[in-house]
Design a protein around this ligand. Structure first.
Ligand SMILES: NC(=O)C1=CN([C@@H]2O[C@H](COP(=O)(O)OP(=O)(O)OC[C@H]3O[C@@H](n4cnc5c(N)ncnc54)[C@H](O)[C@@H]3O)[C@@H](O)[C@H]2O)[C@@H](O)CC1
Ligand SMILES: [K+]
Length: 507
């Protein structure tokens, strides 16, 4: 058996902070850089304007809707900067409070010397958005403390009704950054959100998708020291993760240097699943691969992946035999395996033999769900790759919203000391230390049969090469999505099939 490498993940991830941490981060930067808060607002607004001007030219009429807090202050500064760049800008301020924040008021003075401000004090003051301008939403930001109501809700409704691009500054007005909204809440539905410095937890929740739109992060130079010293349990995996894992192979290395993976799965009618896993496993760089499958899969596997060895089960249709695990540096089990009672016996016995982490997917997860006592014998740091339905079955319960789902996911991972990759847009990888890592790659074209089998193969292959299980899970998920993105670029999302993901794998 290979020994697993060190966990390299720590230095390559972006923190996802809570609202109160973001507020502290601003205050820390203001105190320690040091910088005046009004200058930090200027920096944030110019970062937004750079993003905006790179996408929309000055022929597009722009209407900036501002609230009276610091998000509104950003909006006023953005209006001024766009006017100075000769954009055709209207600025509307919703009077939702008798007095604006200090930096709102400073920016109001600065803008009033350049242009007239339109105040919205009643519904009659809301401008008609007939010839569609681009709307910039600076109504409410991360300081949201209650759902938008009254005049504010009416403005939000009117903006949502207009068929026009809407760009939200930092976060859509009315959307809570790190807790659930009620279904009836009034929230802007932006085409884009341009967030300052780090993504908000809401960006990763399927239920918030229409209130986030496409999103980008712009840096506003908040303190690195604060980021390093402040604990959080949410992280965002971006392209920086690739660097530590892409080392050139040593000249005198041989196939034995890159581990020997064992994949177990397939059943009559579902041999394709294990074929896909096997191809992906080899492409992930594993030196050797053995596939254990029922006899009906023998010819298929030998023909479609001559690079793999096959360990045929004595059974024609299903997996029943407990393999000798000694030669293998990592094992992945489940794709297309079926849930026959004899397969269950094999799984149960296999688990008792293991001394190092294993990868479990598909039917292996379904068997675990039906026999949860087996969860307690899984080696620590084993990797589970459920989709939401499979997670629901594993937990034995559903969730009332996506935030509760994350809590349940974390509790499960910590309770059993397992790594759980919850598949979907922004796949969430929960680690036994309580952290959750959201992925940045992938696209809806990957919602196609077999794409999960590919992920199982990739992670098993990385584990076989001696990668630490947390790295194998987070990096494997990233590379799976990245390959899917390349595939979608080549053949479009609807035409993408799982084999395309394998063919686009690059290391
Ligand atoms: N120095 C800083 O703190 C920086 C803050 N920035 C901006 O500041 C924003 C946060 O600003 P604030 O904390 O002032 O808050 P907001 O601008 O999000 O909200 C403004 C105020 O509105 C009130 N309010 C809350 N919910 C409301 C509702 N539903 N209806 C009506 N009024 C409501 C609250 O009193 C709140 O303070 C960020 O999203 C970001 O855009 C940026 O300028 C970067 C620097
Ligand atoms: K906003």
């Amino acid at each position: 058996m290979l020994t697993f490498g060190h966990n390299m993940l720590k230095s390559f991830r972006m923190n996802v902070f809570s609202v109160s941490q973001i507020r502290d981060w601003d205050a820390f930067t203001i105190a320690h850089e040091p910088i005046h808060s009004i200058d930090l607002m200027e920096r944030a607004s110019s970062a937004f304007v750079r993003w905006f001007c790179a996408r929309f030219d000055d022929r597009c009429p722009v209407i900036v809707f501002c609230g009276m807090g610091n998000n509104g202050g950003d909006g006023l500064a953005i209006s001024r900067m766009l006017l100075q760049k000769c954009y055709n800008v209207r600025t509307c301020v919703v009077k939702h409070s008798p007095k604006g924040s200090a930096d709102f008021s400073r920016n109001l003075e600065r803008l009033e010397s350049l242009t007239a401000i339109e105040w919205i004090e009643t519904a009659a003051d809301i401008p008609t958005l007939l010839s569609p301008p681009i709307v910039i939403d600076a109504l409410l930001g991360s300081g949201l403390s209650r759902p938008a109501e009254g005049l504010m809700a009416e403005v939000i409704q009117r903006i949502n009704d207009a068929q026009t691009p809407v760009i939200s500054v930092d976060i859509a007005a009315g959307l809570f950054a790190d807790m659930p909204n009620a279904p009836s809440d009034s929230i802007i539905k932006p085409t884009h959100t341009v967030a300052f410095q780090c993504p908000k937890l809401a960006f990763f929740q399927p239920q918030c998708a229409e209130f986030v739109g496409e999103w980008d992060i712009v840096s506003i130079g908040l303190s690195e020291k604060y980021e390093l010293q402040t604990p959080t349990s949410y992280f965002y995996t971006d392209a920086a993760i690739i660097e530590p894992f892409t080392k050139a192979r040593k000249k005198y290395s041989h196939k034995g240097s890159f581990g020997h993976a064992l994949l177990i799965g397939g059943s009559y009618g579902k041999i394709g699943s294990i074929v896909l896993s096997a191809k992906a496993c080899l492409r992930s760089g594993a030196g050797l691969l053995t596939v254990q499958a029922p006899q009906c899969g023998y010819d298929i596997i030998q023909t479609s992946i001559p690079e793999a060895m096959v360990l045929p089960d004595w059974h024609w249709r299903i997996n029943t035999a407990v393999p000798n695990i000694e030669p293998y540096s990592a094992i992945g089990i489940g794709p297309g395996m079926g849930q026959d009672p004899q397969t269950l016996l094999m799984l149960r016995e296999l688990l008792t033999l293991l001394t190092s982490p294993i990868v479990l997917d598909a039917d292996a997860l379904n068997l675990l769900s039906k026999h949860p006592d087996m969860l307690t014998i899984l080696p620590k740091n084993s990797i589970l790759t459920p989709h939401p339905k499979e997670l629901q079955r594993l937990l034995g319960q559903s969730w009332k919203d996506d935030y509760e789902k994350l809590t349940l996911l974390r509790d499960f991972s910590q309770k059993y000391q397992l790594i759980v990759c919850l598949k979907g847009a922004h796949t969430a990888v929960a680690l036994p230390d309580g952290s959750i890592h959201f992925n940045s790659t992938g696209n809806p074209g990957m919602a196609t049969g077999g794409s999960g089998d590919v992920l199982t193969g990739i992670i098993t292959g990385l584990l076989a090469q001696g990668m630490h299980p947390t790295d194998a899970a987070v990096f494997g998920v990233f590379q799976h999505g990245k390959a899917g993105d390349r595939a979608a670029q080549k053949c479009t999302q609807p035409a993408l099939i799982a084999s395309d993901i394998i063919n686009e794998m690059r290391w």
